[in-house]
Design a protein around this ligand. Structure first.
Ligand code: SAM
Length: 241
């Protein structure tokens, strides 16, 4: 049988728009997540068991997508969100900047296609996906980087596409030089929901739901969380500001 995912991969010759400082910081994110991949698996790959709201939102997302097409988990890390959606019946693809994360994701989650890639510039055809999930993966980007990512998410989604995004709520940026005993260099940007929803509208989405919750004590970093469900805006609808 033909790989159903193969048809959505373009033989892309699109230029990589990232140069200079952006490329350097992309490299820092990649090498940092390569360094912590094994510890990330140990500490976080089972986290959904203790996160009922996340499971509920993912269940509804899988239900909305049904058998309409492929869902990409962008910035998938070790692939536990992709695996959860796969278990709910979604046809999943996982993409991450870090080759080590992709190696773990592939080993831990047989039956799901995982690939190394940058979600700001993907080798996927326009309108080729039914859904995108991005849990805590746009949190290292500044506003310009997020705008680029959201445009790319919109480009690859079809006309009924849905996006589920998760991030930490706030205005601060926390820099870490060390995570689980490994040297890293990562800025974790907390985000204001109103700013994120405005950027999504500008990129061509309608925002359907915005859900906020308190941290689950003892199981995760103690930050408030936001989940945004957005859908492809109808053709011709003016972009929001
Ligand atoms: C905080 S982890 C989140 C992983 C997973 N989604 C989760 O919920 O645990 C952020 C992940 O996003 C990936 N990432 C960051 N920027 C990316 C980009 N531009 N393209 C693809 N992956 C990226 C990192 O390599 C890392 O694995």
């Amino acid at each position: 049988m033909l790989d159903p995912l193969a048809k959505i991969v373009q033989d892309s010759t699109r230029a990589d728009p990232y140069t200079g400082a952006m490329r350097e910081s992309t490299e820092t994110i990649r090498t940092s997540y390569d360094a912590v991949a094994a510890a990330y698996v140990e500490h976080l790959s089972g986290e959904l068991a203790a996160k009922p709201l996340d499971r509920h939102l993912l269940n509804r997302f899988a239900e909305e997508i049904g058998d309409r097409g492929v869902v990409a988990d962008l910035g998938c890390g070790p692939g536990h969100v992709a695996r959860y959606l796969h278990e709910q019946g979604a046809q999943m693809l996982g993409i991450d900047l870090s080759p080590e994360m992709i190696r773990w994701a592939t080993d831990l989650n047989p039956g799901i296609d995982f690939r190394v890639g940058d979600f700001r510039s993907l080798d996927l055809a326009d309108g080729s996906l039914a859904g995108v999930v991005a849990f805590y993966s746009v949190i290292h980007l500044d506003a310009e980087g997020r705008a680029t990512a959201f445009k790319e998410f919109r480009r690859i989604l079809d006309s009924r596409g849905a996006l589920l995004l998760a991030f930490h709520i706030g205005a601060e940026t926390i820099h870490r030089d060390e995570l689980w005993g490994q040297a890293v260099s990562l800025d974790f940007r907390f985000l204001e929901p109103a700013e994120v929803t405005a950027a999504l509208r500008k990129a061509g989405f309608t925002v359907a739901e915005r859900t906020e919750r308190e941290p689950y004590e003892g199981t995760e970093y103690p930050s408030r969380r936001c989940y945004v469900l957005a859908r492809t805006a109808p053709e011709g609808q003016p972009a929001g500001d």
